[in-house]
Design a protein around this ligand. Structure first.
Ligand code: COA
Ligand code: ZN
Length: 364
């Protein structure tokens, strides 16, 4: 399977409540994403604000391996604006669900098709690659979505993006939707999925399996409301469970994630998959005993491939093996009765924080 990742931390990610990156922060984020090896980076929507315009301009001039894309409404002024930065791709979006047509645009389906065709034809005449996104595609009438995709392709769009804008999809529906679109058009398909029902990653993987060539992600999954699929989850799943051949440096994920926590002010959950502090931390006796023999017993992937460390914590759930292992790491010779006595004392003094090394020594 050959799948590409488009990172939209700078555009979607900055739409997170409470988040605004400085231009310098954006430049650092782009360098880190480029080092990781994402295939596309969405730089932003210049029409939104002067600082975004400034950032888009500065990043457009940077040398990157990742291909750059600028976001644009389906209007001639946004398109001219986006193209003026000289990047290879522009992403034109237009809401296609009945809700969008009625409330955002106040137009009927036929007029929407004409506007989409006009915008794409115009942008194409200016000589740029176009990704056209049907915003709210997942709640768009299927027959109309096919019309939209086909008119986008006929008008010159190079790629068609299916947006699950409110995170309404479940994986089976994603599979059907992407498979259907693949049968109707021949340009590559992208998938942009929100996490409102906690299914963004599952839907991104389903889309990839059904034939989407590019899936959108952001660092730590930040974005409007509950965000979108996370770079760490999608890249690790695709690499380790599907063996995709892409040249992504998974060992940089933890660094990217920490950087985003700092710059966005939004902390990961402790139990966040892959990048959370608990992702490779083992606690109960039964688990730790098995992990000490073979880590695979309770780990889906080895922590070192994402530059994380395996931890074994000690508390009332602990078993003798974990206590003996900790003592040995502390270079303290132990005997069976000593380990048993320490374990008994730990279990008889339950507390929520793990036992520290000092507390462990005090139990000897
Ligand atoms: N294509 C064409 N026109 C669009 C559009 C689209 N995709 N989306 C909105 N518009 C039009 C609206 O119909 C409205 O037109 P009108 O003025 O004729 O009624 C106009 O844009 C809204 O413009 P304005 O009132 O100036 O909007 P704003 O100042 O509230 O917001 C932006 C302008 C640029 C900030 C806004 O487009 C934005 O928030 N962009 C980022 C959002 C985004 O990217 N969403 C994800 C999409 S995948
Ligand atoms: Zn979005």
């Amino acid at each position: 399977m050959q799948i590409k990742l488009l990172d939209t931390t700078l555009r979607e990610g900055e739409q997170t409540p409470g988040v605004s990156f400085t231009v310098n922060e954006k430049i650092k984020i782009v360098k880190a994403l480029d080092d990781f090896g994402v295939d596309f980076i969405e730089l932003g929507h210049p029409a939104v604000s002067p600082d975004i315009r400034d950032a888009v301009g500065q990043i457009a001039a940077m040398e990157t391996r990742s291909e750059k894309l600028i976001h644009s409404r389906a209007t001639r002024s946004d398109i001219e604006d986006a193209i003026s930065f000289g990047v290879p791709w522009i992403g034109i979006f237009f809401g296609t669900s009945d809700l969008s047509l009625e409330h955002k645009f106040g137009i009927d389906k036929q007029s929407a098709l004409l506007r989409i065709a006009d915008a794409i034809t115009y942008a194409k005449s200016l000589g740029v690659n176009i990704r056209f996104t049907a915003e709210d595609a997942s709640r768009t009438d299927m027959a109309f979505l096919v019309d939209v995709a086909q008119i986008a392709e006929r008008s010159g769009a190079d790629r068609f993006s299916v947006a699950d804008t409110v995170g309404a999809l479940i994986p089976e529906k994603t599979t059907n939707l992407i498979s259907k679109m693949k049968n109707e058009i021949s340009i590559p398909i992208h998938f942009h999925g929100h996490n409102d029902l906690g299914l963004a990653t599952a839907n991104a993987i389903a889309a990839a399996n059904a034939g989407a060539e590019v899936v959108d992600v952001s660092i730590n999954g930040i974005g409007e409301r509950c965000g979108i699929a996370s770079l760490a989850e999608v890249s690790v799943i695709l690499k380790t469970q599907y063996n995709v051949a892409n040249d992504w440096n998974l060992s940089l994920l933890i660094q990217l994630s920490r950087m985003m926590e700092e710059k966005s002010g939004i902390s990961n959950r402790l139990n966040q998959p892959i990048v959370g502090p608990h992702a490779f931390t083992h606690k109960s006796g039964l688990h730790t005993r098995a992990v000490l023999k073979d880590p695979k017993s309770y780990e889906v992937i080895p922590p070192d491939i994402v530059n994380q460390e395996r931890k074994i914590i000690i508390d009332k759930y602990t078993g003798k093996e974990a206590v003996a292992d900790r003592l040995s790491q502390l270079n303290i010779p132990s005997t069976e009765p000593m380990v048993e006595s320490i374990t008994d004392q730990i279990k008889s003094n339950p507390k929520s924080d793990p036992i520290t090394d000092l507390e462990l020594i005090n139990f000897i």
